[in-house]
Design a protein around this ligand. Structure first.
Ligand code: PMP
Length: 406
């Protein structure tokens, strides 16, 4: 019986609740605030095609052959240059290219987690990180975050109440334009976080796929950069980023920066996952970045997303008023909020689907007891006109829901 052969976690596995909504995103009759995809109309199709064409015009061992597990040397160099322009120095031994940052999360889980180990996760957080750590056998503990970042006292209390040998190994967070909250931790919060990490020898996993999508000049340091200032903290942050949100997720390119001993082990774990990431897309990405096209593309993407974010915030404020309370993001792709009057967003979604609009109910983002009135709305994929229409549908669904549920 095949059913008796599955490993423990996969007897009854937890799949991504966001990916379960993907079929709705392909339906043109439905306005999609679910998913976390870059806008199709923002992709630099011509630029990507040109880069791919140029890559394939070069000797085939640079794009058709297997490459180093650590990443195609040319792209490694381009990523170092990209990070340098953002103000971060990367040592060669600290860098591993991955198939998206999702793979980096998986590699970290393989390298760090023994069954029963504790990982602290921001509350709410990115669901596929929950899935990754849980499938590796980790016990997750949520720590609340607020508009300024992680609740430091709460984190400290979690760490203090566990015996040193049972202490959580790592904290996972998305500190800049977070998923799902859109929040950005303040500089002060980042420094406090690092101080706590130092005191309790806690590894911080800084997942950062969105920071390049800022709408205005957001002046916060990467926690990774802050950690490099002190020999006692420099190995305590592992930083993940990705080309998915800023170039194209179909390329499957991300990277990890961290302590060489951690990165080397992740590279060995990667050998058993995919040998190497796609050399083909790595070669094209290198050409694209070297030519300065990423920087150019980002300027356009930021403008478009700022407009869409503004349109969603305005529509929500004007049409839903105090029926949906939210924080206005300064970058990224998401608006996170809470419906008033105890509305259960999972049940509201049923009415929304009937009205032709989808969002992600907040429950998906909790590793523990969820706040079931919360919801994540993604603004990146729709034009301002469609956003307005979608929020109007949301309003209708809310009215119907109230009439139905009371
Ligand atoms: N981390 C976060 C916070 C994300 O939102 C995503 C994608 N939704 C990922 C990691 C994974 O992205 P990718 O593997 O495409 O780089």
């Amino acid at each position: 019986m095949i059913d008796q052969k599955f490993s423990d976690y996969f007897v009854d596995p937890l799949g991504s609740p966001i990916r379960a909504l993907f079929p709705y995103l392909r339906d043109p009759a439905i306005i999609g605030f679910a998913g976390g995809n870059p806008a199709v109309d923002v992709f630099d199709v011509q630029g990507l095609r040109d880069a791919m064409f140029e890559a394939m015009g070069s000797p085939a061992d640079g794009w058709a052959q297997y490459s180093a597990t650590e990443g195609l040397p040319r792209l490694r160099q381009a990523v170092v240059g990209h990070m340098q322009r953002l103000g971060t120095e990367v040592e060669d031994a600290s860098l591993l290219l991955t198939a998206g940052s999702q793979q980096a999360l998986d590699l970290l889980a393989r390298v760090l987690v023994n069954r029963g180990d504790t990982i602290v996760v921001e509350r709410p957080t990115y669901p596929t990180a929950i899935q990754t750590f849980k499938s590796a056998g980790a016990t997750l503990v949520g720590v609340n975050s607020g508009p300024d970042g992680i609740c430091i006292d709460e984190l400290r209390a979690i760490l203090e109440r566990t015996a040193p040998e049972r202490r959580p190994k790592a904290l996972y967070c998305v500190p800049t334009f977070g998923n799902p909250t859109g929040r950005t931790f303040s500089e002060e919060n980042r420094l406090s976080l690092l101080a706590v990490a130092k005191e309790f020898d806690l590894l911080i996993i800084e997942d950062d796929p969105y920071s390049a999508l800022s709408f205005d000049a957001v002046e916060v340091s990467r926690i990774y950069d802050l950690a490099q200032r002190d020999p006692a903290t420099k190995d305590l942050v592992v930083y993940l980023s990705s080309l998915s949100k800023v170039m194209a997720p179909g390329m499957r390119i991300g990277w990890m920066m961290g302590a060489p001993s951690l990165v080397r082990r992740c590279a060995i774990a990667k050998q058993s996952v995919d040998l190497c990431s796609s050399t083909w897309t790595q070669a094209a990405a290198a050409i694209y970045i070297e030519a300065g096209m990423l920087a150019e593309h980002l300027q356009r993407a930021r403008k478009v997303y700022a407009e869409r974010s503004n349109s969603m915030a305005t529509s929500l404020r004007n049409m839903l008023g105090d029926r949906f309370e939210f924080e206005t993001p300064r970058g990224g792709m998401f608006i996170w909020g809470k419906f008033a009057d105890g509305v259960n967003s999972q049940r509201l979604l049923e009415d929304c689907i009937e009205q032709g609009v989808v969002f992600v109910p907040g429950e998906a983002f909790y590793s523990d007891t969820p706040d079931s009135s919360t919801a994540r709305l993604c603004f990146s994929m729709c034009t301002p006109e469609r956003i307005e229409k979608g929020v109007l549908r949301l309003l209708k669904a809310l009215d119907l829901h109230r009439a139905r549920v009371g």
